[in-house]
Design a protein around this ligand. Structure first.
Ligand code: SF4
Length: 274
């Protein structure tokens, strides 16, 4: 863990993943972050995503430092190592999926996806400004007053195009394609834009260019790029939303929110007992 991330974690903070967890299901948020309940199972998709993420970090960091792509073998090694390390970190049973019925299928899928990334990653005309860039920024209450709590986030990849514009990139692995509507309203990209504006990477009223690079988990995997932008109005709304989440946490508002995510929820027994 870098020094910057350690020092940010020592401040009172809300990470963007905590914020999104609260918005998806506040009861799950309380089980995970407040009560610290042990998970009942872990999902192979979660371990898989973390391991691919680790390989992507090695890939882009390598290009940033040397100007050359690291070898595919190095990426595969990072991925396989990351997958086993992530699975070993928990005693809870791993929940496998139809498309990943065991670890060797997950490894085969991951290797095919990394090959696609290695061949098709779209960096022409871009300079890499940051990889796994940690940023924090103050949050504001409903009266617009700065609070002593920071929003903390880590931007997967920050690029600069040949016109000088910054592009904040988030990596995803997914079976299904994304719709442009979901990309345009995605809160994670809004959080990236909020962090970049608050840290003066862009002017306060600038539109920030954002991008999802999605590695699709298909028999023949593919890399899909989804572009969008976020302006000052989206950031203002995001600040209001964050303040509302903080008020909900402070007032202990934790409610179950049933959705497709319940199928994979690592606290489903605790939820039933609630
Ligand atoms: S099972 Fe569903 S409703 Fe219950 S805590 Fe998990 S995500 Fe929330």
């Amino acid at each position: 863990m870098s020094q910057a991330i350690q020092s940010m974690r020592s401040q009172l903070h809300l990470s963007h993943s905590q914020l999104f967890t609260y918005l998806q299901c506040s009861l799950r948020f309380s089980f995970k972050y407040l009560l610290g309940l042990p998970v009942e199972h872990s999902s192979i998709a979660l371990h898989f995503g973390k391991a691919i993420h680790a390989a992507l970090e090695v890939f882009y960091q390598g290009i940033k430092e040397t100007g050359k792509k690291p070898s595919l073998i190095k990426l595969e090694y990072t991925f396989i190592n990351g997958l086993f390390q992530s699975m070993e970190r928990t005693d809870a049973p791993v929940l496998y999926k139809k498309d990943m019925p065991d670890t060797s299928t997950a490894i085969a899928m991951g290797k095919k996806m990394l090959q696609v990334l290695h061949e098709e990653s779209y960096l022409e005309g871009y300079h890499i400004e940051g990889v796994e860039l940690p940023l924090s920024a103050p949050l504001y209450n409903h009266e617009g007053k700065e609070m002593d709590i920071q929003l903390m986030g880590i931007i997967d990849l920050l690029l600069r195009d040949n016109k000088g514009n910054l592009v904040a990139v988030d990596h995803k692995t997914a079976k299904q394609p994304k719709s442009q509507g979901s990309v345009d309203s995605d809160l994670q990209l809004t959080a990236y834009s909020y962090l970049l504006a608050a840290n003066k990477y862009v002017f306060p009223r600038s539109e920030v260019m954002c991008r999802f690079d999605v590695l699709r988990k298909l028999k023949t995997p593919k890399l899909e790029i989804y572009n969008t932008t976020r302006g000052p109005d989206a950031r203002k709304r995001f600040a209001k939303l964050s303040a509302a989440v903080l008020a909900g946490i402070e007032n202990k508002v934790f409610l179950p929110c049933s959705s497709w995510m319940c199928a994979d929820c690592e606290y489903s027994k605790a939820c039933k007992k609630w």
